[in-house]
Design a protein. Structure first.
Length: 439
């Protein structure tokens, strides 16, 4: 049943069509599923644009010099990139593949930042030759690789170094990155961050413009942002005193939480903006330094609420007094998050949108793993074969983490707006997935 509580985790344009189903962007989801097949991912263009505008406005109204770089790992697609670009967003990428997709989608490469804990020399050379905006240096091997490339190409680059401030954001350990025991960045605590700054400043052609930290993802508490900012600015001030380092830019990464279930209440963008910009202004004022440019990297908070997944029900297995398994035609191949992080989701039955929830079922995927469960024990209307199940908040970290496990095909992705739908990623075919094999 579609309630007011569940409405808030669906895209902005979602409406109930009484006795029928839901519409998003003016398009009936049942019709989309019948036209394009299932599993199907549907993105609402209005929600994408509105989320971009909200981040830009909330941050720039408090701190005009803010660069908003969408973290493309949440979901990258050339059409989506063109929309983000129109909205004035930059982008952060973590691989050559993401860089190429962003460039082909029309993103100005000088607005792209490259992250990653193991960037290959080939990746670095390619992005440098293509005028990348910033490289976020992650480790000592990378400093050496960059130094070699700068010498051999006789070029210059602008870079930030990624530091690990030792702040625990209290999120899932797989998405907590700013603590000492992390594969990312240089820890302040061990002295590595200082050593890295010193090394970078000694390399001609490497213009070290700032520091970056990303403390984790799905962060529901705002205080860790305050701490991370404070620690980062104080560290930069020490580096200014010791090595004449000038802090022109500071990135606080992403991590802005979204609601996946009706009970979750993440901070608003306004609250994140308030704490981050105040922390930065206060830290700069108390150290008497000029305000640097602020960079933020929201990923999930842009893509997540903009997309929904639609599945069709196949087999149903009822184990009396134990559990009723409702199997759908997708699962961990298109959404690994429940299996990987025990993430929770909500669902509605599209073709029974007005019906009361009457039974507790478990929505299972079709992959050959017992752990392939999309939602455990959810209350839904009575479900039958061929019903259509829609899972909201599926726009981030589903398609980009999808796989061909069990040789299943990756789903199609549709963009909707003003009653029109267009395919922005075709459903794979068996020829597609066999085409790389040599036999
Ligand atoms: C460096 C960096 N920036 C930004 C993000 C985006 O995080 P989120 O999608 O939680 O906003 C990530 C995610 O892991 C990241 O590693």
């Amino acid at each position: 049943m579609f309630t007011k509580e569940i409405e808030k985790i669906f895209p902005n344009t979602t409406k109930v069509i009484p006795n029928k189903d839901l519409e998003i962007g003016g398009c009936s989801l049942v019709e989309l599923a019948n036209t394009y097949g299932t599993p199907l991912y549907v993105f609402d263009e209005s929600t994408v644009r509105e989320r971009c505008k909200t981040f830009i406005e909330e941050f720039r109204s408090r701190y005009p010099e803010t660069h908003v770089a969408y973290a493309s790992k949440a979901f990258i697609n050339q059409k989506l990139t063109s929309i983000l670009s129109e909205e004035g967003m930059g982008m952060d990428v973590v691989s050559l593949g993401e860089f190429i997709a962003a460039k082909q989608g029309g993103m100005d490469t000088s607005k792209i930042h490259l992250h990653g804990n193991n960037k290959s020399p080939e990746e670095l050379e390619y992005v440098i030759s293509n005028n990348i905006g910033r490289i976020i240096i992650d480790n000592f091997d990378e400093i050496e690789n960059l130094s070699n490339i700068i010498k051999s190409k006789n070029c210059s680059i602008k870079a930030l170094i990624r530091i690990s401030p030792g702040v625990d954001p209290h999120t899932h350990s797989y998405i907590s990155t700013g603590i000492l025991d992390s594969k990312f960045g240089f820890a302040i605590e061990t002295g590595d961050a200082e050593k890295a700054i010193k090394q970078c400043l000694e390399i001609d052609g490497l213009d070290l413009v700032g520091i970056h930290c990303h403390i984790g993802s799905q962060i529901f508490e705002i205080e860790p942002y305050n701490d991370a900012m404070d620690i980062s600015v104080n560290f930069a001030v020490n580096m200014a005193n010791n090595y004449n380092f000038i802090l022109s830019e500071i990135s606080i990464g992403g991590g802005f939480a979204i609601a996946y279930t009706q009970n979750e209440n993440p901070p608003s963008v306004k609250e994140y903006a308030e704490i981050i910009t105040n922390a930065l202004k206060n830290a700069c004022a108390s150290n008497n330094i000029e305000l640097p440019k602020l960079i933020i990297e929201p990923g999930r908070a842009i893509a997540g609420p903009s997309g929904v997944a639609i599945y069709r029900v196949g087999s149903i297995k009822d184990i009396p007094n134990i559990r009723k398994y409702v199997s759908v035609d997708g699962g961990m191949g298109d959404n690994i998050r429940p299996a990987l992080y025990e993430s929770e989701y909500e669902a509605v039955v599209l073709n029974k949108i007005d019906q009361e929830n009457t039974e507790i079922v478990t929505i299972a995927g079709k992959y050959c793993e017992s752990g392939d469960i999309l939602i455990k024990d959810i209350n839904l209307p009575h479900i039958e074969k061929d019903d259509l199940i829609c899972i909201p908040a599926s726009g981030a970290y589903c398609i980009p983490m999808s796989s061909n496990y069990n040789m299943n095909l990756k789903p199609a992705v549709i963009l909707v707006q003003d009653g029109k739908s267009e395919i922005i990623r075709k459903r794979e075919t068996y020829d597609d997935i066999l085409s790389l094999e040599v036999f």
